[in-house]
Design a protein around this ligand. Structure first.
Ligand code: BTN
Length: 283
């Protein structure tokens, strides 16, 4: 079942970057095509499609109480896409911007597992295009040292009434048009492959892959974590960890069974990092 909605904001902005004539070339997604042959039983069973919203995570949160597990919100453009740490997430036409409402039976303290499952699914989906995508702790998908996908998980209530997993993939985007401050650190599937991808096919694979991980979260989290660890580019690297109160420098030596990053700090101490921005040092 899908419900097609017009954009919530009437003032059409064809491109987040004011270069609408370039992005108009990308054809709209057709939700019925995403659902045709989609073999999932939870994720994407209901898809809500918009041409333009501020943020799919916000739309998902506004309806989360009333929708079923796995309801997926997809849009062509976000005018106020949200990244982690309160950052803006540039979301022009051609990308894949979606949020999934989840209603798992787990305490909120375990919501990080959803992010790990989503990161693994996103990395595997991209790798199926013969791209050497890796995970940068905690949940960026990178190609080389450039980011191609970000994940923002937001939760509600201690007993996890619901969680919203927002996934943004720079798919058919000409990264030369990205804002200057992120241009050198970002890439897109189109840039890496030298041609655009079929976004409908990608979304189908991503939703199917995420459902696979979601269903095995309860009983097989250690296996998910092992696969995630295997794709983690951070281990062995010199890193800088930025938290609101501190900056830590050291070498990432691994992740523990909850996905926390273990750092051997330059002062010799071992730190366990559960949250923060991680920068891979170039040396
Ligand atoms: C990050 O790496 O900072 C997280 C980026 C998450 C972006 C996605 S795009 C779909 C969903 N809606 C949002 O506003 N953000 C997430």
């Amino acid at each position: 079942m899908h419900i097609e909605r017009q954009k919530e904001d009437k003032s059409r902005v064809d491109s987040t970057f004011g270069m609408g004539h370039i992005f108009k070339e990308v054809p709209d997604l057709i939700p019925a095509e995403i659902q045709r042959g989609l073999n999932t039983s939870i994720i994407g069973k209901t898809i809500e499609y918009y041409r333009e919203v501020k943020s799919t995570n916000s739309v998902a949160a506004s309806m989360a109480d009333d929708v079923e597990d796995g309801t997926t919100i997809i849009t062509e453009i976000q005018t106020r896409g949200r990244g982690r740490r309160g950052r803006i997430w540039a979301s022009p036409r051609g990308g894949i911007w979606l949020s999934i409402v989840l209603k798992p039976r787990m305490p909120a303290a375990r919501a990080y597992r959803l992010t790990i499952a989503a990161g693994l699914a996103a990395a595997k989906t991209i790798r199926a295009y013969e791209i050497d995508a890796k995970i940068k702790w905690p949940n960026d998908i990178i190609i080389g040292n450039k980011k191609v996908c970000g994940i923002l998980t937001e939760t509600e209530a201690e007993q996890l009434k619901y969680a919203i997993v927002g996934i943004g993939v720079d798919a058919n985007i000409d990264t030369r048009l990205f804002p200057e401050e992120i241009r050198d650190r970002s890439t897109s599937l189109q840039t890496e492959l030298g041609e655009s991808i079929d976004r409908v096919e990608f979304i189908k694979r991503l939703l199917t892959g995420f459902e696979y991980e979601y269903l095995r979260l309860y009983k097989q989290f250690p296996q998910i974590l092992d696969e995630w660890r295997y794709l983690l580019a951070t281990t062995g690297k010199r890193v800088q960890i930025n938290n609101p109160s501190t900056t830590i420098y050291g070498k990432a030596v691994g992740v523990d069974r909850e996905g926390a990053l273990i750092i051997k700090c330059d002062d010799g101490f071992i730190e366990r990092i559960v949250a923060g921005e991680c920068i891979h040092a170039s040396i």
